[in-house]
Design a protein. Structure first.
Length: 428
């Protein structure tokens, strides 16, 4: 049953040569059905904004629709680790600290999200991260078209999650190759490469990454091929002829998709707004149920003299609609406040790091040492200055628990009784 006023989920799967659109709607039974499929060819990735404008004109998405964008795997980093159960009391900070050990990037420059569940007496964490600059690139393209992008995710991960079949998933598009080992519930291994015009690219990609996938300890008998994976299929036939190759032309008509349970996405709107959207959906679904009951019960109500009962249902519908209208008006105001708070929190975090760094430098550098220049780039710092002994300055920084990988960036220059130095270090 198609209820056109209910919010819809719109999937946009962006690959280098096409934009695939799936219009989804959750029915009253909870199943998700594909109502519409469209495919737009891309002669170059830069044409995305032009294609997006054409899609908006043709499909007319609404403000309360869930707009989800699938992107190539090279945009994302997936990290798995575990924490003690006691970390649940302050889980956000514990996960952020652990990610600093696993990811060689400044977390301030990343968009990320994690999921946690208890497993064998510990908290199993799955985190997905993406460079904020690349996320903002797509977010800006959608914003220029007046579209509110809800979340991003790797396309191949969603394909595996929807099929729920264990095995090896492969994808290729315009010389980009992707691989995912999936056990039916979670990703165990992923790899991607961009081919630079090498005809042996598919074969080389498989020879480098197939052994790594096989060493994960999860046996697999099938390989699922998504998108333009013909070249990978030929290479797979030669390298692993025993594997059964299954082509995925398109996703099925009916899906089991609970977006809140999908672990490999990054929300671009706050969790509070997502909760309000789910509440909005429940209110509208309740209104739809009331309407269905009213329409099916009207003949019986007329015959049995129960017109008053129908009027009560209509009043309840009016109350629900008024509440839904209020929520819609508050949503935009709350989002602006949340954006301002998140921006302020980012500034506070950056200021805190700078203060700790300056305090530590002031305490460890010898009294006869002077800094003439200090440059901070993410986790790396450059120092320039003079001292009676540049080696003493280097030794003091090495002994500090705040720094690592301390070394001279250029030879020490001696001028009279002082030595001019340039030192490079990284923050722990």
């Amino acid at each position: 049953m198609n209820l056109p006023w209910l919010p819809e989920t719109k999937l946009l799967l962006f690959e280098e040569r096409r934009l695939l659109y799936l219009r989804l709607q959750r029915g009253l039974g909870g199943r998700v059905r594909v109502l519409q499929r469209l495919e737009y060819a891309l002669d170059r990735p830069e044409a995305l904004e032009t294609v997006l404008a054409a899609w908006k004109s043709a499909c007319r998405p609404r403000q309360d629709d869930l707009l989800l964008l699938g992107l190539p795997l090279d945009l994302f980093t997936i990290v798995h680790f575990s924490l003690p159960l006691a970390a649940a009391e302050n889980l956000d900070d514990a996960v952020g600290f652990e990610l600093m050990r696993h990811v060689p990037f400044d977390l301030g420059g990343l968009s990320w999200r994690y999921r946690a569940h208890e497993e064998e007496g510990r908290l199993a964490i799955c985190a997905i991260l993406a460079a904020r600059s690349r996320v903002e690139f797509y977010h800006t393209i959608f914003a220029r078209q007046g579209l509110n992008l809800s979340a991003i995710f790797p396309v191949l991960f969603l394909v595996a999650w929807l099929l729920r079949e264990p095995g090896l998933y492969l994808s290729a598009s315009a010389g980009s190759f992707e691989m995912l080992l999936f056990d039916g519930r979670a990703a165990l291994f992923q790899a991607w490469e961009k081919n630079q015009g090498d005809e042996a690219g598919p074969t080389a990609f498989l020879s480098r990454n197939l052994p790594l996938a096989e060493n994960r300890g999860q046996a697999f008998a099938k390989a699922y091929l998504w998108a333009e994976a013909e070249a990978l299929a030929l290479g797979l036939e030669a390298a692993r002829p025993a594997l059964t190759r299954v082509g995925i032309g398109e996703l099925p008509e009916t899906l089991c998709l609970d977006w809140a349970e999908f672990p490999y996405s990054i929300d671009l709107i706050s969790p509070q707004v997502m909760r309000r959207r789910r509440l909005w959906f429940k209110l509208e679904l309740g209104a739809a149920l009331f309407l269905v009951l009213a329409l099916t019960g009207q003949p019986l109500a007329v015959l049995a003299g129960k017109q008053r009962r129908l009027e009560k249902l209509e009043k309840k519908l009016a109350v629900v609609q008024r509440e839904a209208d209020k929520l819609g008006g508050l949503r935009q105001q709350n989002q602006e406040k949340i954006n301002a708070i998140e921006a302020l929190a980012g500034l506070v975090r950056e200021q805190a790091v700078s203060i700790v760094l300056l305090k530590e430098l002031t305490e460890v550098i010898p009294l006869d040492g002077w800094l003439s220049a200090l440059e901070i780039r993410g986790r790396k710092i450059n120092l320039q200055g003079t001292s009676a002994s540049a080696t003493a300055v280097l030794k003091a920084l090495e002994d500090s628990p705040l720094f690592k990988e301390v070394h001279f960036d250029s030879p020490v220059v001696k001028k009279g009784s002082s030595e001019t130095f340039k030192i490079v270090a990284e923050l722990e």
